[in-house]
Design a protein around this ligand. Structure first.
Ligand SMILES: C[S@@+](CC[C@H](N)C(=O)[O-])C[C@H]1O[C@@H](n2cnc3c(N)ncnc32)[C@H](O)[C@@H]1O
Length: 254
């Protein structure tokens, strides 16, 4: 169940990531969704499963949450530590592969688990994705919540011809990844993998990720199969489903 070789984060990508996200615009785009969701379920104790450069963990620490931040990429962890110093907070970091979290926790540890930034699509095998979701369920306290998101890959799959041949990738840039200096776009699209290119428009430097494209309804079905009791879907942070959203979020109750 190894992570796909080609989707390891390169140093270039890590350096670009803050400009790809645009930390401020991410907060503007989600318009309080994360804090409201956590507060509504009385969550204090949060496991950020994929720390990345620290954008969400640092925001939650600044807002008084008790956060455990996890990642297994050394370069991202180093970058997040640098950012934490900049923002004057201390990260509590674990370095576990999601698929083996059950080996490191006794269960029922957290009020909330976050798997944000389109991260589950790093895993190419259904077995690994399902094991990951079951592990998230395992480390959640009773009635705890998983907040997870996915890119609208179905739209990319449906429009693959115009994206690849005509270079027309329609993405609002208002949600999740909002940077205007670093842009991501798919450069290879097939039913089982999508390669994204991330380009810094100022310098021309490029990074790449190979990701698994969820089909419409696939993540929702997987969340049900993993055993979540209730799942609320959102489209670009608004309740319900719209087919042309950029990203989908799911609040899943144990
Ligand atoms: C697309 S980035 C998103 C980071 C951050 N949450 C954000 O929104 O910017 C996905 C992160 O998940 C981490 N990751 C991927 N597979 C993982 C696994 N099996 N276990 C733990 N972390 C993993 C990667 O190292 C990377 O930092």
């Amino acid at each position: 169940m190894g992570i796909h070789q080609e989707n390891y984060n390169s140093g270039i990508l890590v350096e670009m990531w803050a400009d790809f996200i645009n930390w401020e615009k991410r907060r503007k785009g989600e318009n309080g969704f994360l804090l409201n969701t956590l507060n509504k379920s009385h969550c204090r104790n949060v496991f950020d499963a994929c720390l990345g450069d620290g954008a969400d963990s640092i925001y939650l620490l600044k807002n008084g949450f008790d956060v455990t931040s996890n990642d297994l990429d050394n370069l991202f962890i180093k970058k997040a530590r640098e950012n934490a110093i900049k923002y004057n907070v201390t990260l509590n970091i674990t370095e576990h592969d999601w698929r083996y979290l059950d080996r490191h926790f006794e269960g029922k540890n957290f009020d909330a688990v976050l798997c944000l930034g389109n991260s589950l699509t790093y895993l190419f095998e259904k077995k690994g994705r399902l094991k990951t979701l079951r592990n998230f369920l395992y480390i959640l306290k009773d009635k705890g919540i998983l907040v997870i998101d996915e890119r609208n890959y179905q739209s990319i799959l449906d429009k693959r011809e115009e994206i690849l041949k005509e270079g027309k990738f329609q993405y609002s840039g208002e949600y999740v990844y909002c940077g205007d200096k670093v842009h991501g776009r798919p450069i290879e699209i097939s039913d089982d993998k999508v390669r994204f290119e991330y380009k810094d428009e100022r310098t021309g430097s490029k990074g790449y990720l190979l990701l698994y494209p969820f089909k419409r309804g696939e993540l929702l079905d997987l969340l049900k199969e993993a055993g979540f009791a209730k799942i609320e879907p959102y489209s670009d942070y608004k309740k319900g489903f719209t087919p042309d959203a950029d990203f989908y979020q799911y609040v899943c109750i144990k």
